[in-house]
Design a protein around this ligand. Sequence first.
Ligand SMILES: C[S@@+](CC[C@H](N)C(=O)[O-])C[C@H]1O[C@@H](n2cnc3c(N)ncnc32)[C@H](O)[C@@H]1O
Ligand code: SF4
Ligand code: SF4
Length: 360
Amino acid sequence: MPLLDLRTSTRTFGASSRLAAVREHAATFLRHMTPARAANILRAETARLRGRTTVRAMPFFLKVETTGVCNLDCAWCTAGRRERGEAERPIGSMSRESFDRILDETGRYLLRINLYGFGEPLLLPETFGMIREASSRNIGVAVSSNMNLHSPTLARDILDSGLELLILSCHGATPESVRRFMGGRADMRLALARTAELVRERDRRGSRYPGVHWQYCVTGFNEGEMEAARGLARETGVDAIRFIRPTYPPDAGDEWYSSLFPRRSATASDFGGRSCAWPWRGAYVNWDGGVLPCCRGELFPANDFGNVLEEPFRSIWNGPRYRECRKLIGAPGRYVPTLPVLCSTCPVLGFRPARLRDGG
Ligand SMILES: C[S@@+](CC[C@H](N)C(=O)[O-])C[C@H]1O[C@@H](n2cnc3c(N)ncnc32)[C@H](O)[C@@H]1O
Ligand code: SF4
Ligand code: SF4
């Protein structure tokens, strides 16, 4: 296991993109650290470095999908697929009660919740109350949003919630490119106008939060617009713009790959370390309570390691599938799991990217 494993599944381009991400993570850790959380991290990292399959610590990071509903239709996003097959997870939203239940069990140890999965979180009015609840428990909350939102109280609702970081998803600097990536309904001007309004109101209140980062998936058809995007980012007032490597299924056409992130970068060669820290540090919770080690394979409930609304998180965290995936990560290519875990087809571990099917 790498000692200092700072990698996430998101690859960014350029020193300023990387620096923005690292600074933001460091700031959130310092802001929300408590003795209990520090001791928990120490236990989790010791377990990871020793390759322990049972972890006597809780995750310090959660990704929680509050809703699978979306107003846009990005290429390659499962939220854009309106028709769900029988084996696929239906589209729905998490209740406030379910969210509080998850926090009751895990909140003491969490430094950060990323409150989004495959849907538009700010479409769900309950999301704001969830952010407020998590913030009141001294947990930093980040939301990623397409900001194609018309609510007249949006800026106020975001600011009053205590949100720590807003990630604006806008994948291009012209309406044409943005629609090509995010679907025919995407309105780049609306997204940037709503974001600028939020930044103005934040500054008027003299607040540092939320930080606002523009996230831009670089493709073959929008890489020529990166300089224009930097200019728009300055005009909008966002704190940073980060250019990231998108992920696609293996059959995506050549136009989806840029010179910065060519097709080969989606394969194992880009992940040299063949390791993954997720199953020791964090977890992904679907809107229906289904738990996964990360957001990979979320479309199929058969991949879930358990359901946090049906059993205690702790028993899922050290249940058979978690133990199996930690064993696999400890010895990728050598250990053959006896249970279906989706890590066994993951490019991060050096396996060939595969189409995700139910059962991993
Ligand atoms: C599925 S979205 C859900 C949240 C929200 N609807 C949004 O788009 O920001 C979660 C994240 O995935 C990113 N994203 C969208 N398409 C992507 C792709 N093909 N590869 C990698 N990230 C992608 C978005 O920028 C966003 O930060
Ligand atoms: S806006 Fe977000 S959730 Fe909606 S389709 Fe695009 S990436 Fe998916
Ligand atoms: S599928 Fe497993 S190995 Fe791959 S990123 Fe997720 S947790 Fe890590």
